[in-house]
Design a protein around this ligand. Structure first.
Ligand code: COA
Length: 383
């Protein structure tokens, strides 16, 4: 297997984009990545997108986006795994370079959500349509059930859940690409309107438009072109039951644990080795459980762990320095690539006010639905 490096990255601002279409957003992010990589050649292209059909009525976006980017005749694949579409696209691009099939691969993610009249129903298509969505369950409602079970079993408090949003908004305030660049207090989070008890508005990721893109090449090629070289050392994927009621324990996210274990094993790393991590905080409870499943804290103790500041920039393991999905925004298909871009920036020392000192090993965790799919990547500064 060849080693794989990241040579360039590009991102649109995450927000409500009323003047740009799906294709405009993709082209903006892809051109920024191509400029950053200083390579006009692309051998093949992957795009992660959850539901362009339901959100904007457009399917067949692989060739559409390649066409609008000006790439003629390249192989192009659209990848779908709900909110984990972006990271799964990265996994496929990584495999294509590692196998020697291609040398320069554009991996991207895009979603245009705000043109849709009913994004909640479009998103619910990633749950079990017959057994969950049909009965009125939405993602805020499903994650609220998970949160209540975690509170009941482990004594996790409303304040501990809200602390996740306070920290992520604090980080988002330092990120010029984030949708919400403002700090919020614990009281504001707790007193914002109730979406699905115990999850208030400020504990939900928002509806967002945006795109993100990176360029992957064999590691030797990056070494010739860049001063600070970042390689992907671990890639893990796992799945779980689609419906929450089919799980033995809804306070666990087994696919996250397994994807994490597979990525750690491939990279030869342990949780203690990770300097900075982006996780899938689609709702505050998700971040709490994910840090447990990735091995940063024992099961059930994440509430206290976060409340004590361990996941702040400067803490034991900084989590979601970008602002996370909560403050940076969550254009679902793009989020997995945007997470990787944040880690890439941290590792090349380009994260500005959000920089984690001496960050050399980073992790990005992305998941679909209530954790029916999860993808974890480990990235490292190459010597
Ligand atoms: N965080 C912070 N502010 C938010 C927000 C969020 N998640 N969602 C909306 N807002 C703000 C808006 O900017 C707007 O502010 P303004 O009045 O100053 O312009 C205000 O709150 C009302 O926004 P609106 O879009 O009318 O809210 P809504 O009630 O339609 O939607 C949610 C709120 C939480 C229901 C929606 O954001 C949502 O469904 N989030 C979850 C998305 C999801 O499930 N993703 C997949 C995860 S698996």
């Amino acid at each position: 297997m060849r080693e794989v490096g990241i040579i360039g990255a590009g991102l649109t601002r995450f927000k409500e984009h009323w003047d740009s279409s799906l294709r405009d957003l993709f082209v903006e992010a892809a051109l920024k990545a191509i400029d950053d990589a200083e390579t006009p050649e692309i051998d093949s292209m992957y795009v992660g997108c959850m539901s362009s059909g339901l959100f904007v009525g457009q399917e067949h976006i692989g060739p559409l986006l390649a066409d609008y980017l000006g790439l003629k005749n390249v192989p192009t694949v659209r990848v779908e795994s709900a909110c984990a579409s972006g990271a799964l696209a990265l996994r496929l691009g990584f495999m294509e370079i590692a196998s020697g099939m291609s040398d320069i691969v554009l991996v991207s993610g895009v979603e245009k959500m705000t043109d849709c009249d009913d994004p909640t129903s479009a998103l619910a298509a990633a749950a079990d349509i017959e057994n969950e969505a049909f009965f009125g369950a939405t993602f805020p409602a499903l994650y609220a059930l998970i949160a209540r079970a975690h509170m009941d079993r482990y004594g996790t408090t409303r304040e501990q859940l809200a602390a996740v949003s306070v920290k992520n908004h604090k980080n988002g305030a330092k990120n010029p690409d984030a949708q919400f660049q403002r700090e919020v207090s614990l009281e504001t989070v707790l007193n914002s309107f109730m979406v699905a008890d115990p999850l208030t508005l400020l504990q939900c990721s928002p509806i967002t438009d945006g795109a993100a893109a990176i360029i992957l090449v064999p590691l030797d090629m990056v070494k010739k072109m860049k001063d600070r070289v970042v390689k992907i050392t671990g890639s893990g994927v796992a799945s779980d039951t689609i419906a929450l009621h089919s799980r033995k324990d809804i306070t666990s996210l087994e696919a996250v644990r397994l994807a994490g274990e597979r990525a750690y094993k491939m990279a030869g790393r342990k949780p203690e080795d990770i300097d900075v991590c982006e996780v899938h905080d689609c709702f505050s409870i998700a971040e709490l459980i994910v840090v447990e499943e990735l091995g940063f804290v024992e099961k059930g103790n994440s509430g206290r762990f976060i409340e004590e500041g361990n996941t702040e920039i400067g803490g034991r393991i900084p989590v979601n320095t970008s602002g996370g999905l909560k403050a940076k925004g969550h254009p679902v298909g793009a989020s997995g690539i945007a997470q990787v871009i944040e880690i890439y920036k941290q590792l090349i020392g380009n994260a500005e006010e959000r920089q984690v000192k001496n960050a050399r090993i980073g992790m990005a965790q992305n998941m679909g639905g209530t954790g029916a799919s999860s993808v974890v990547h480990i990235m490292e500064v190459a010597e």
